[in-house]
Design a protein around this ligand. Structure first.
Ligand code: NAD
Length: 479
C-alpha cells in the first residue's frame, strides 16, 4: 500500500490474492489492511494536509497536471493491470485511463473556481464566505472502472486542499497501487494514501474513523446505506453516495430506429459485461415497433465477439469474479422462472480459452413483466430486460417504477415528448437520442436509491470544501 509516501504492508502481514477472472490465475498478492493501517494513513494525511492547504491553488493545479502527464505516459500499463484484474476488454480499459487523465486536467484547470461570496449587509459591515478543506477525506470505490475511479476521484479532494485516502475494491486493487507508486515525487508524501483490503474491515475502519469527516462512496445501494448508518454511528459526517441503477431506455415509435437499436446495445455496456451503474438495463419499446425492434437488436447483440480481454478485437470479456458470475447466472434462471422470453444469450462459455474464466454471453430477455425481479433489481451483468409500453403515461410509470434513479435515455423525434420525459423521469442524468455519454463539467449522480451528491463537475470540487461565513464590523467612531 502507500502510506505517508512510503510502501506499506498490513500491520498484521495479512494479504489477499488478486485473480485474473478470465484465466482463473492468481496474479499477485496485496495487503489486507487493518484498522491500524487506516489510522496510519489518517495521521499521515493530517500532517500532509497542514502544508497542502497553505499552497496556492495554482500549485495544486500543477501537481494534478503532472500526475495527469505521468498517467498518460503509463496508460497502456495501467489499462492492462485493470484488464487482468477485472476481465474487461483492453480497448475499454485504455479508454478508462484516458478519462482519468481528462478528469485530472479538468480539475487542474478549475482550481481558481473554489470561491466564496460577499453578501451585502450595510455600509460599514462586510460579510463573506471562505471555502475551506476538510483535512483528510476518503474515497471508497468499486471494481468496474478501477483505475479511472482511483485516479479521477482524487482530483477534486486534492484541488480543494485536502489529503485523500483511496480504498479500491478488493477485487481490483492493482492499478490503484500503481497509481500510488507513480504519484511518488509528484504528490507530497502523506497526501495520497492507497489502502487495500476488505470492505468490511479496511472500508469499515475508514467509514468509522472519527477524523475522516468527508467520505464519498461509489458502489452498491445496500453497501451505501450500511456506510451511511456506520458513519452516523460515529459522528456527523458528510457522506455522498454514487450507487446502483436499473436505468430505462425508452423508444417512442417516431424515433430513428437504427440509432435507437445501436444505443440499446451500447447503453447496456456489454463491453464491460454490463457492469456499469449507468447501464440502461431496462429497454422500454412502444408496442407498435416492439417486435421489429427486438429482432433487430438481437441480431446486433449476437454479433458481439466474446474473447480474451487482452485481445484487441474482443468486445465483451469476463465477469469480475465468481460471486458476480453466480449472481448473473441466478438472475438468468429467475428470468426463465418468471416467464420472460429469452431472445439471445443466456448461456455461459466454457470451451477452450473460456474454460477457466467467467464468460456470459450478452443476454436479451423480452416480454419482461415490469414488476418482476428481472425488471426491478440491479444485476450488474450482461442481461438486458425488454418490455413493451402503450403510451407516454405507461412508459413513464414503468420508467419510474423502480427504487433506483440514476440515468435514463429517451429516443424520439418529438421535441415535446423529449422535454416532457426529461422533466418527468426520476433520474439524475438524462440523455435524449444519446446514451452512456459522460461529459466532464456536467454533474453526474442519482436520485432515490441511486445516491446523493453530484460528481464530474464543479459540484464535486466544492463538495470537498466547507463554507464558513465571516461577518466583519468596520464601523469607526471617527466621522
Ligand atoms: P460494493 O458496494 O460491493 O463495494 C464497493 C466498495 O465498497 C469496495 O471497495 C468494497 O471493498 C467497499 N465496501 C464493501 N463493504 C463495505 C463496508 N461495509 N464499509 C466500507 N466499505 C465497504 O460494490 P461493487 O460490487 O464493487 O460495485 C458494484 C456496484 O457499484 C453496483 O451497484 C454499481 O451500480 C455501483 N456503481 C455505481 C456508480 C455510480 O457512479 N453511481 C459507478 C460504478 C459502480
Amino acid at each position: 500500500m502507500w502510506v505517508g509516501g512510503r510502501e506499506a504492508f498490513a500491520s498484521d502481514g495479512a494479504t489477499l490474492d488478486s485473480f485474473n477472472p478470465a484465466t482463473g490465475e492468481v496474479t499477485a498478492r496485496f495487503p489486507n489492511a487493518t484498522a491500524d493501517d487506516v489510522d496510519s494513513a489518517v495521521a499521515a494525511g493530517i500532517a500532509a494536509s497542514r502544508e497542502w492547504k497553505r499552497t496556492t491553488p495554482e500549485d495544486r493545479g500543477k501537481v494534478l497536471s503532472r500526475l495527469a502527464e505521468i498517467i498518460e505516459r503509463h496508460a497502456e500499463e495501467l489499462a492492462l493491470l485493470d484488464v487482468i484484474d477485472n476481465g474487461s476488454p483492453i480497448r475499454e480499459m485504455r479508454r478508462d485511463a484516458g478519462m482519468a487523465v481528462d478528469a485530472l486536467r479538468y480539475y487542474a484547470g478549475l482550481v481558481l473556481h473554489v470561491r466564496g461570496e460577499t453578501v451585502p449587509t450595510s455600509f460599514d459591515r462586510l460579510n463573506f464566505t471562505l471555502l475551506q478543506p476538510y483535512g483528510v477525506v476518503a474515497r471508497i470505490i468499486p471494481f468496474n472502472h478501477p483505475f479511472m475511479f482511483a485516479a479521477s476521484k482524487i482530483a477534486a479532494p486534492l484541488a480543494a486542499g485536502n489529503a485523500v485516502i483511496v480504498k479500491p475494491s478488493e477485487h481490483t486493487s492493482r492499478s490503484a497501487l500503481r497509481l500510488g507508486e507513480l504519484a511518488r515525487g509528484i504528490v507530497p508524501d502523506g497526501l495520497l494514501s492507497i489502502i487495500t483490503g476488505e470492505g468490511r474491515v479496511a472500508g469499515d475502519a475508514i467509514v468509522r474513523h472519527p477524523e475522516i469527516r468527508r467520505l464519498a462512496f461509489i458502489g452498491s445501494a445496500d453497501t451505501g446505506r450500511a456506510i451511511q448508518a456506520a458513519a452516523a454511528s460515529v459522528a456527523v459526517k458528510n457522506v455522498t453516495l454514487e450507487l446502483g441503477g436499473k436505468n430505462p431506455l425508452v423508444v417512442f415509435p417516431d424515433a430513428d430506429l437504427d440509432r435507437a437499436v445501436l444505443a440499446a446495445k451500447r447503453g447496456m455496456n456489454f463491453t464491460w459485461q454490463g457492469q456499469s451503474c449507468g447501464s440502461t438495463s431496462r429497454l422500454l419499446v412502444h408496442r407498435d415497433i416492439y417486435s421489429e425492434f427486438i429482432e433487430s437488436l438481437a441480431g446486433s447483440i449476437e454479433g458481439m465477439k466474446s474473447g480474451s480481454p487482452v485481445d484487441e478485437s474482443t468486445e465483451t470479456g469476463s465477469i469480475v469474479n465468481s460471486l458476480q458470475y453466480d449472481k448473473v447466472r441466478s438472475y438468468i434462471e429467475i428470468a426463465h422462472k418468471e416467464g420472460s422470453r429469452l431472445v439471445t444469450g443466456g448461456n455461459v462459455l466454457t470451451d477452450g480459452d473460456f474454460a477457466n474464466g467467467f464468460f456470459v454471453r450478452p443476454t436479451l430477455f423480452a416480454d419482461v413483466d415490469p414488476q418482476s425481479r428481472l425488471a426491478q433489481e440491479e444485476i450488474f451483468g450482461p442481461v438486458l430486460a425488454a418490455m413493451p409500453f402503450t403510451g407516454y403515461d405507461d412508459a413513464l410509470a414503468i420508467a419510474n417504477g423502480v427504487r433506483y434513479g440514476l440515468t435514463a435515455s429517451v429516443f424520439t423525434e418529438s421535441l415535446r415528448t423529449a422535454h416532457r420525459f426529461a422533466r418527468d423521469v426520476e433520474a439524475g442524468y438524462v440523455w435524449v437520442n444519446e446514451v452512456s455519454k459522460h461529459v466532464h463539467g456536467t454533474s453526474f449522480g442519482g436520485v432515490k436509491d441511486s445516491g446523493l451528491g453530484r460528481e464530474e463537475g464543479i459540484d464535486e470540487l466544492l463538495s470537498y470544501t466547507q463554507s464558513k461565513n465571516v461577518h466583519v464590523n468596520f464601523e469607526s467612531s471617527e466621522a
